[in-house]
Write a protein that binds this ligand. Structure first.
Ligand code: F6P
Length: 382
């Protein structure tokens, strides 16, 4: 039987930095589409970039669109995934089998500067209409969801955003997809650094990701027992601030602590500004303080590490897999029930709902961060 192109489809893309849970989300969205909703799911390779490239290739030409549809039909599922040329793949059960816990995204993700251009977005919307797409699901962080918001404002197409970023900097949801796994990875990393820190009585300064948010460092600090968390929220650190932090570590050492793990979020700024990584700036400031004349521990060594992309990869935690399934379920319900209304899935007080684009920040999030900082301080003081 010659496969025919579906009369309607829901498309899904992953954009920006990959985050754990993206594959679990893809599996859930495809399985729910096929098993429950009876709607075809088109996976878009390489995020907005895949759409832009395909829109350029088709360029509004009716025959090119027919050829593209044939191509999609001729390469369903895994056949489409292994064809480097095709940016749109009709997903089937087998194509999402065995991917639940795998880090990254099998469809690829990308940052796409061209998407800032309204004319480019117009071409993409034309392409999606030509492909019978009735809703587009965009999975990603802040920048990706801004792109989704623009598409929603500029068309009647239903655009459902899914918050996925290890930074947890989207203040309309308690958690984004991938945060739990990244925290888990950081706890694992801290456990490894502690071995050396203990053996050599050292101070380890570990720089986490998180953009302007300190949430990732904060949660990892609480969960790992790191002795100190330095987050961007209180503002830039000057020399006196760094001396104060060093004095706190030294004070704990005089009271019997043998080592210290310091988590510094990448969003932390300095006054005056510094070009080097935060871990290195802090290492120098701390080392200088520990070696000042008459200091009690002049031999106390400080070692910096920038943990980098290690934090984005690895096996997805059950918590993130469950959140992925819940976000997918919520997205499908919105597609089925809300007559084309766009919005973003959000987890609030353990309930998942769709909230409008541009929803204001939840004040509880800032309060929660402050409370967690205090809790960490109370737990780690020695
Ligand atoms: O937004 C996720 C994130 O990992 C940030 O924490 C980090 O600043 C950035 O992406 C790194 O981006 P890239 O992968 O482009 O280096």
């Amino acid at each position: 039987m010659i496969p025919t192109y579906p009369e309607q489809a829901v498309a899904v893309l992953f954009s920006g930095g990959d985050s754990p849970g993206m594959n679990a989300f893809l599996r859930a969205v495809v399985r729910l589409g096929l098993n429950r909703e009876k709607v075809a799911v088109l996976g878009i390779r390489d995020g907005y970039r895949g759409l832009v490239r395909t829109a350029r290739a088709v360029n509004g030409d009716a025959e090119a669109l027919v050829r593209l549809k044939q191509d999609i039909c001729n390469h369903p599922g895994r056949a489409g995934l292994i064809s480097e040329q095709l940016h749109l793949i009709q997903m089937d059960h087998a194509s999402v089998s065995g991917i639940m816990g795998k880090g990254g995204t099998i469809l690829g993700s990308a940052r796409c500067l061209e998407f800032h251009d309204k004319e480019v977005r117009k071409k993409v919307l034309q392409l999606l209409a030509g492909l019978n797409v009735r809703a587009l699901i965009v999975v990603g962080g802040d920048g990706s969801l801004t792109g989704a918001k623009l598409l929603a404002e500029e068309s009647d197409l239903q655009i459902i955003g899914i918050p996925a970023t290890i930074d947890n900097d989207l203040q309309f949801t308690d958690m984004a997809l991938g945060v739990d796994t990244a925290v888990h990875t950081l706890v694992w990393a801290v456990d490894h650094f502690i071995d050396t820190a203990r053996s050599h009585r050292r101070v380890m300064v570990l720089e986490t990701m998180g953009r302007e948010s300190g949430d990732l460092a904060r949660m990892a600090g609480l969960a790992s027992g790191a002795e100190m968390i330095i987050t961007p929220e209180p503002g830039p650190l000057n020399e006196e601030d760094m001396k104060r932090l060093a004095a706190k570590i030294e004070g704990a050492m005089t009271r019997g602590r043998g080592h210290a793990i310091v988590l510094v979020a990448e969003g932390v700024q300095f006054d005056p500004p510094q070009k080097r990584n935060r871990a290195y700036v802090l290492m120098d400031a701390f080392q200088q303080y520990f070696q000042r004349p008459g200091a009690p521990f002049p031999d106390l060594e400080v070692r910096p590490s920038v943990l980098g992309h290690l934090q984005r990869g690895g096996h997805t935690t059950p918590q993130d897999c469950i959140l992925a399934a819940r976000f997918a379920d919520c997205a499908w319900k919105a597609i089925r029930e809300t007559e084309g209304k766009s919005g973003i899935t959000a987890l609030r007080k353990n309930v998942v709902n769709v909230v409008p684009y541009g929803e204001p920040d939840m004040p509880e999030r800032a309060v929660f961060s402050q409370e967690m900082d205090q809790l960490h301080d109370d737990l780690s003081s020695w």
